[in-house]
Design a binder for this molecule. Structure first.
Ligand SMILES: CC(C)(COP(=O)(O)OP(=O)(O)OC[C@H]1O[C@@H](n2cnc3c(N)ncnc32)[C@H](O)[C@@H]1OP(=O)(O)O)[C@@H](O)C(=O)NCCC(=O)NCCS
Length: 178
């Protein structure tokens, strides 16, 4: 797949691996996106880690043979992030977890779909990855429908998976066998 695509709004979107130099922008992005939705595992407070720590995380992804952290840029602006992370232990290293987020202003522009397809395509070409897994809050219909449209199946649900304030949310577990 291409590293550049056009959003439905006809804006040029550039996909690339995030690097240590992006650390501050990534942390700001995480606070923004976390403040826009309750569907992630963090809110506007973000991850609570320093730029140095984030630099270390980005560097680790960059040198990892399989796991990968991608950013989508419109001009200089980071508008979406997706990670794929393989398990390390021998007996589960054929499974990779996926995560994705898009800045609300850019929802429904096809960016989430393109990024997911990119990750699936990457996984199909990678010998190690046989199963993709993800978890999604049950009432995050936008995300659940997106994943189903790409072939993911619901294989279970975990009650009380996420606690925001005093309210609990159920997670769906979804997989795609490649
Ligand atoms: C879920 C998310 C990644 C989708 O990204 P996106 O760039 O908006 O996705 P796309 O534009 O490619 O596609 C969205 C699809 O959802 C559909 N959709 C929109 N609202 C919907 C709703 N309420 N119910 C069902 N489907 C809906 C759209 O019709 C579109 O499908 P189409 O292209 O076939 O018309 C994005 O909304 C997001 O980042 N949300 C917040 C973080 C999050 O929930 N991450 C996932 C955690 S598991």
């Amino acid at each position: 797949m291409n590293n550049i695509f056009m959003s439905k709004n006809n804006e040029k979107v550039n996909i690339r691996q995030l690097e240590a130099k992006d650390a501050k922008q990534v942390l700001d992005y995480i606070c923004t996106v976390g403040g826009e939705t309750d569907n992630l595992l963090f809110g506007r407070e973000g991850l609570g880690i320093s730029v140095d720590e984030e630099m270390r995380i980005l560097s680790q992804y960059l040198v990892h043979p399989v796991s990968m952290l991608l950013g989508c840029f419109i001009g200089e602006k980071l508008v979406a992030v997706s990670n794929i992370s393989v398990k390390e232990r021998q007996r589960i290293r054929h499974i990779a977890s996926l995560g994705i987020s898009v800045i609300r202003e850019y929802w429904n522009q096809g960016i989430g779909t393109y990024l997911m397809k990119y990750m699936i395509d990457y996984s199909r070409k990678n010998e190690q990855i046989e199963v993709l897994e993800l978890e999604v809050i049950s009432d995050n219909y936008r995300a659940v429908e997106l994943y189903k449209s790409l072939g993911f199946k619901v294989i279970g649900a975990m009650p009380k998976a996420v606690k925001i304030g005093n309210s609990y949310h159920e997670n769906l577990m979804m997989i795609l066998e490649l």
